[in-house]
Design a binder for this molecule. Structure first.
Ligand code: FAQ
Length: 322
């Protein structure tokens, strides 16, 4: 009992003094499970997030755009891997996390259940979705769990490049023909509100925020981060001459922030329940990719078993002797 109190005291002291909690440190079970929940959802978002843009790799308008998009989508896969690795240090397995994604029980960011019918959607995702992801992830660089914080630092550097490439696509379209400008505006109209939903429910309805902020897993609340994103993005939209689809958007001198209209939380709930425009096809695409990769996992497990038995060392010795 006394030992337990000591451990809790030490954990709380580290949190208070901004020391990172590392995988071998003692931590409350609930801290561990909250992290596994958030980091695995985050990892799934990166992996499923490849699909909407991946849809345009074969149809990108120029070779430069194709190469950039290909690199960006590949980066997102890498982000998923850093995050799965960070979660694995908490004593869960990649298989467990994958099973939860593939059977539909795990969540991933709602935003990736929307379609990408035009090239401008690739610009809108980079500009808005990566832009929102960075606001959230910069804050998470100061999260209390060491491996998560370190993964975030690397991810943020890559995401800022993604955001700039998206903004540049939108800027180019906005300066182009009337048809191109309309395409950019239409993409902004479709992606704006779902992007605001990425930050999660209002603070008053966020069931995990209070505890997560106490443990410094989250450093800023859902509403704070959403406001930060809106304030910075309004000026960017003005700069390229596009209009944010919110009649209530207005600078509030007293608050020092933009006021904005209400999000359609009914739509957010529907998407989370699996009834968004692309939930089914996103899940099916992941399930199909998993089935197609079965031979790689099988080959790897045989290789690992042989390595454990020392078969390769015997083969190396034999080769040297020959
Ligand atoms: N979508 O109590 P809260 C990216 C769930 S990365 C789906 O407020 P919390 C890169 C929430 O999980 C984007 N579910 O929860 C990229 C919880 O459900 P649960 C991903 C959502 O954890 C760009 C319930 O609602 N980023 O985009 C959403 O305190 C371009 C109650 O909510 C991260 O994951 C949502 N939008 O706060 C890739 C960042 N919002 O678990 C490709 C890390 C809430 O009880 C292309 N995560 N829920 O079943 C976080 O910061 C937090 O987990 C929040 C939610 C802010 C997402």
């Amino acid at each position: 009992m006394v030992k337990n109190m000591e451990k809790i005291g030490q954990f709380e002291r580290k949190i208070a003094e901004e020391e990172k909690i590392e995988p071998k440190d003692w931590m409350p079970d609930k801290y561990r499970s909250s992290l596994i929940r958030q980091i695995s959802q985050h990892a799934h978002s990166e992996v499923v997030g490849q699909l909407p843009e991946g849809n345009w790799i074969t149809r990108a308008p120029t070779l430069r755009r194709k190469a950039t998009l290909l690199a960006k989508v590949q980066d997102e896969a890498g982000h998923g891997l850093y995050l799965y690795s960070a979660a694995e240090t908490l004593n869960t397995s990649r298989e467990e996390m994958w099973d939860a994604l593939l059977d539909g029980s795990a969540k991933y960011a709602s935003i990736f259940n929307y379609p990408t019918p035009t090239w401008a959607d690739v610009g809108a995702i980079g500009w808005l979705v990566d832009g929102a992801a960075i606001v959230n992830q910069i804050s998470l660089c100061r999260t209390s769990f060491g491996p998560y914080a370190r993964a975030m630092e690397r991810i943020c550097r890559e995401e800022s490049f993604h955001q700039r490439q998206g903004f540049e696509i939108m800027q180019t379209l906005a300066k182009g023909s009337e048809e191109q400008r309309e395409m950019a505006q239409d993409a902004l109209n479709r992606w704006w509100w779902p992007t605001l939903m990425m930050f999660g429910p209002h603070d008053a309805h966020s069931m995990h925020s209070q505890q997560s902020m106490k443990w410094k897993i989250k450093r800023q609340s859902n509403d704070e981060l959403r406001q930060q994103f809106i304030d910075q993005t309004v000026e960017q939209a003005d700069h390229i001459g596009l209009t944010i689809p919110d009649e209530k958007l207005k600078w509030n001198e007293e608050r020092g922030h933009y006021d904005f209209g209400e999000i359609d939380w009914g739509e957010f709930e529907r998407v989370l329940m699996g009834h968004g425009p692309c939930n089914q096809s996103r899940l099916q695409a992941r399930q199909k990719a998993h089935e197609k990769g079965a031979w790689v996992r099988e080959a790897l497990s045989v290789y690992t078993a042989k390595e454990k038995r020392g078969d390769f060392k015997i083969m190396e010795r034999e080769a040297v002797n020959e």
